[in-house]
Design a protein around this ligand. Structure first.
Ligand code: SF4
Ligand code: SF4
Length: 400
């Protein structure tokens, strides 16, 4: 327990307390598992505050698998004492009923769009929903997804696209941009309509059984597709999809009808696009914009593809790309963390916003929907208005 991870932990930087550091949390979880400590609200708070950003794991000389430990620790707490009835009901509505079946989010998204257009969303704070409403970007009309988007010629192959739950309703422009670029590069795109949430929300909330239900559902939906890659645009979801084999390894009751895995390797969209052959004559148009590139924790430390968006954007002439000083500094979004721990999330976001403000970009580019929502809301609060886009949206515009 050398402590080398401590200076890299965002919660330790904010709270300066051993219990809010990776080493402290490992000690707390170990004591809990051995019955030396009782489950109490303070212990829960220290484990809850962890962003699962895995900055500690990346710095650990002993290769302690912190990501797995914190998931297991939270599962242990969930077993000790499940939440009280009212929070449990809210969680059931939010995570189990809506997120787990993204098609159920569509009517809600239409209602939210209507409220934004009519100005009714200004009443959200009266209902205690101000924080959630501030996170929403101006919602676009929801597309009607097709099962298959045929490629341009010459055809190079087929891929499948994972839409995500929240991303499928608040970030459909990124998915449409990904399809457009893939088609232009000669890839047909399957978009299975019955796909569900990747399961990350449940996995990181200490509910591995619920996550496994999502995993099994997705494996059935994607099974047998004749594709060479399963592509994700949100790095948080892509990281979870890539982790499916590990999660299935923990499944004590494999369902007989569940396929053993996804039909092809899981790839981040930027990484995939930088690795394939581009048709001769497909040249992105010069785009004289200044772009700040944000690197989500999951892209950098879980997928290990932190350089892919930068390499992709190098293909666009005249684009000026600025990087942030400390690559992969957590913005505080961390799934639902930005809603459940708003003051910590704001403190961490503030450090990044200061640097973005100094760079004064036209566009902030990030590859994860949670980070995009959280950073966009912070920029708006400061009266700053760079567009917040996924790198693939910039590319799609440049080759339109
Ligand atoms: S998690 Fe790794 S880096 Fe952190 S204290 Fe333990 S051994 Fe050291
Ligand atoms: S995952 Fe991130 S927040 Fe959690 S202990 Fe590690 S560095 Fe700290």
């Amino acid at each position: 327990m050398c402590g080398m991870c401590l200076p890299h932990c965002p919660t330790y930087r904010v709270y300066r307390s051993e219990s809010d550091s990776p080493r402290g949390r490992i000690a707390l979880m170990s004591a809990l598992a051995q019955g030396e400590l009782l489950d109490d609200p303070r212990l829960r708070l220290h484990l809850d505050r962890c962003l699962a950003c895995r900055a500690c794991e990346a710095m650990c000389p002993s290769e302690v698998p912190y990501g797995q430990l914190i998931d297991a620790g939270r599962a242990m707490l969930e077993q000790h004492r499940p939440p009280a009835p009212w929070p449990r009901l809210l969680r059931w509505i939010g995570a189990d009923l809506l997120l787990a079946r993204p098609r159920r989010l569509r009517p809600l998204a239409k209602l939210l769009r209507l409220s934004q257009r009519s100005g009714m969303d200004r009443l959200a704070p009266l209902l205690g929903l101000g924080a959630a409403a501030r996170l929403l970007p101006p919602l676009q009309p929801l597309p009607k997804w097709h099962d298959y988007y045929p490629p341009g010629l010459p055809k190079q192959g087929d891929v499948a696209l994972f839409l995500g739950c929240i991303a499928s309703v608040v970030d459909s422009p990124t998915s449409l941009a990904a399809i457009r670029v893939l088609n232009r590069l000669g890839y047909g795109v399957y978009v299975p309509s019955a796909q569900v949430c990747c399961g990350a929300v449940h996995q990181h909330a200490g509910r591995p059984e619920r996550a496994l239900a999502s995993i099994r559902a997705n494996l059935r939906v994607f099974a047998g597709l004749p594709v060479q890659a399963v592509i994700g645009t949100a790095s948080g979801c892509t990281a979870m999809l890539q982790d499916y084999p590990c999660r299935l390894g923990e499944d004590s009751e494999p369902a007989a009808a569940t396929p053993p895995g996804l039909p092809a390797p899981v790839r981040d969209i930027s990484d995939f696009l930088t690795g394939v052959t581009w048709p001769t004559g497909l040249a992105p148009a010069p785009t004289p914009l200044r772009v700040t590139l944000h690197n989500p924790c999951t892209l950098l430390r879980v997928l290990h593809k932190g350089d892919a968006p930068g390499r992709l954007l190098e293909r666009i002439p005249s684009l000026e790309v600025c990087t942030l000083e400390e690559k992969g500094r957590c913005c505080g979004a961390a799934g639902t963390h930005m809603l459940t721990h708003p003051s910590l999330a704001r403190a961490l976001r503030g450090e990044l916003l200061d640097e973005i403000e100094q760079q004064a970009p036209d566009v902030l580019a990030t590859s994860n929907i949670g980070c995009a929502l959280h950073l966009r809301a912070g920029l708006r609060e400061r009266g700053l208005d760079p567009e917040v886009l996924h790198p693939v949206q910039l590319l799609s515009r440049a080759i339109a």
